[in-house]
Design a protein around this ligand. Structure first.
Ligand code: SF4
Length: 304
């Protein structure tokens, strides 16, 4: 039996506050719908088994891989080996899958009628995405896409300014990253894991960004789940259409340079200076970039 979020006395001002309230409500043992939960727990079990039984490293450019820095895109397209993840990474991915599926179940359980929630939705990649299968993954999917076919439901729960659809990408993160996620200045701070790049590609394919100054785009949400402290609320951050559109322009250029065989140099370091050291493995930092060794041995800039 479903127990949706009660109607508020005032509509939620933003999708971020509405989504947080729906998620919190649906996560409660009082409100989680058993049938919905059973279906998502079963999907989580399949994904968890898979992370321990087959390797899952990205070998091609995808919206979620190798777009954070233009040189990553370039190296991937050049066929540079990105190496393997540690053999014992499975538990981290397993927890991620579980928290994603529980979040899907919570939102579907808590969402009021009049809203439609799609999860793990398959989407076509944008027309500008290269069709070279050997170098660019051709399949895309988004975590969650919510639409509001019922105008009365929108009126009751969301401010009239809020759009009638929203793309949501869930990210599980440790406490440190969760706090950082709350303060991230999207489009300015280093986005080492390419969250913004991924969202920009999917927002483009779903028609949520606008490059027309007279036409407001919809934007999208990155929602942080704190895997270290599971009673913490969901942390949705809304990213506006302009920021997504700027990121889209950067990603398109990175893809074009990679396809043309133009090395963009240490692009992430150039963009973020010493703030990129942690990710790029400079100044004694370990570095998480899969191409940090080849990048370091082919310097195009001074310093670091
Ligand atoms: S080490 Fe930094 S600059 Fe070099 S490819 Fe990786 S992210 Fe880009």
């Amino acid at each position: 039996m479903s127990h949706p979020l009660p109607k508020p006395s005032e509509p939620y001002k933003t999708w971020a506050t509405f989504l947080k309230a729906v998620w919190m409500h649906g996560m409660s043992v009082q409100n989680m719908d058993k049938t919905i939960a059973a279906s998502h727990v079963s999907d989580a079990a399949k994904s968890i088994l898979e992370v321990f039984t087959r390797r899952n490293e990205a070998k091609t450019v995808r919206p979620s891989s190798f777009l954070a820095c233009a040189r990553q895109t370039y190296y991937s397209v050049q066929g540079e080996d990105a190496g393997n993840m540690p053999d014992n990474i499975g538990s981290t991915f397993a927890v991620g899958h579980l928290l994603h599926e529980l979040s899907y179940a919570a939102v579907k359980s808590g969402i009021p009628s009049g809203f439609a929630v799609e999860t793990e939705k398959n989407v076509a990649l944008p027309e500008w995405w290269p069709d070279d299968k050997a170098k660019f993954n051709q399949r895309g999917h988004v975590d969650m896409f919510i639409t509001v076919p019922d105008r009365a439901a929108h009126e009751a729960y969301l401010s009239p300014d809020a759009p009638d659809r929203m793309l949501i990408d869930f990210k599980t993160m440790g406490s440190f990253s969760y706090r950082k996620h709350g303060k991230t200045v999207w489009g300015e701070d280093p986005d080492a894991f390419g969250y913004l790049a991924q969202l920009a590609v999917y927002a483009d394919t779903l028609g949520l960004v606008s490059d027309d100054p007279n036409k407001e785009g919809v934007g999208a949400i990155v929602a942080g789940i704190n895997r270290d402290s599971l009673t913490q609320p969901l942390f949705p951050r809304y990213i506006d259409s302009k920021t997504l559109n700027d990121e889209l322009a950067r990603v398109k250029l990175a893809v074009q340079m990679a396809v043309d065989g133009n090395d963009p140099g240490e692009e992430f370091l150039t963009r973020h200076g010493s703030d990129a050291y942690f990710h790029c493995g400079r100044a004694g930092k370990p570095g998480y970039c899969a191409f940090k060794a080849v990048c370091k041995s082919n310097p195009t800039r001074d310093g670091d």
